[in-house]
Design a protein around this ligand. Sequence first.
Ligand SMILES: [Zn+2]
Length: 549
Amino acid sequence: MTNTTSKAADNTQISYTVTFPEAQAHYADIELRISGLKQNILDLKMPVWTPGSYLVREFSKNVESFSAEANGKTLDVKKTRKNIWQISTANVSALKIRYRVYAFELSVRTSLIDVSHAFLSSTGVFIYPDGMLHHSSTIHIVPYKGWAKVSTSLDMVNGDPFTLYSPNYDILFDSPIEVGNQDVFGFEAAGVKYEVAMCGGGNYDKERLTKDMPKIIEEETAIYGENPNKRYVFIVHNTAKGGGGLEHLSSTVLGAARDNYASENGYRGFLSLVAHEHFHLWNVKRLRPIALGPFDYDNENYTTDLWIAEGFTAYYQDIIIRRTNLYPPDNYLGVLAADINYVVNQPGSKVQTLAEASYDAWIKYYRPNENSVNTNISYYNKGSIMALMLDLEIINDTHGKYSLDDVMKYMYNTYYKIQKRGYTDQEFKQGLEKFSGKSLDEFYKKYIYGLADIDYDKYLGYAGYHLTDELAGNNDPNLGIITTTNNGKIVVSNVIRGTAGWIDGINVNDELTAVDGNKDHFKWQKTRRSNYSIGIKRWLATNLTGYAT
Ligand SMILES: [Zn+2]
């Protein structure tokens, strides 16, 4: 890690004041005051990425008008790296820094400011003094006219919602702040106070959410045996399309489609997102791969374990919904089939291992291109299938005495609570082996570090299920291309490895005018790649070892 703590900084006081004089142009103006300085040179830094989203996003690209002042004089500022501003602080004990941040990127991990609200994703807003990541700070928010509320997991100071306290920078960077007139409601679950901040409107039913969200929270808490927060905040950004989520220690940011709550599919999808991000408060935020904390905010943090951090969370997001009985078993089996279909149909699953997919998330998963379908496998979907297989294996091996839940709880207690550090690849494997009672060398070799075909029927068979390929024996021609419509033209967007389109040299961006002389669009659709559909059929209802029923 490049960041070190400094005892000399013990008398240091750090405070930020955030104002929005030009909210309409998407700017926040920040004044950072640091006092008690005792060093000759001070580097001020901005993180290049935000934990949980494995891409270097270069947040400093949005910073401008950086200036420093001490004793009434302007100080020289020198850029020494893309995200470092260096100031000579000899004979300077109190420093005032001003800068502006442009914030107009709508996502769960970037900031957005307009006249209706400000969403501050802290990694891209708060420049910090190097060597002082351990240090506390206070944050004063001066709201734009008419903004009345602040939603964040940071504590208020003296009951003032616009003055916040952060005990250290890991917490500040893990605490997004929403300011505006969001619709806030709350409930208690698992002994924790929950707050939901709905931004952007929508057809959500607060009463229904207040009934259903606690069920998810209680089910997840039961796995780990404790819910480590006192307070937890869901910040929900409702937009036309929605999508995505980002986990934090004591909060999460969810992207939802504002008109989708009223449809059963949309509502189920939202609950699944809630279950996913909330499950992360244990898996990855506290129980974590060793590379993911303390964070290096200057560089990529490489781990081969995102298939656990994300894939296991993706598995639990749906099995938790199943356990709450909010939806029937068939609904869950459909979700599983969709994951299996994705992996079976993705040519990249024969190219990239799960360990590689995790390690290269920074350059591959987060930077997809037209060929990614042929080169990448998602550690979410395949990782989720690994969790399913391991869960079934442990349940089967122990005749229902243990399950993957026991592994998660054991790992959380052992590494987060007792050892207070992340786990290594080997340690997670040992945790799984401890409960399955046998070596998983072969499993890891085949499925984590290798590209073996997954023996679905073996694992699903433990629970009395098997797979059916609904399209087995289907001989419809398949060109192996995916198309989009662009200004009325049919244009190739992907060519699937090993298919006729690949072999015969169809290119991405080619326009399709006819296939075998046929200009009928409908016929072209039939030539698109859709050859597999896999159904899960129950074949022995009496052999359900407590799973998925
Ligand atoms: Zn996740």
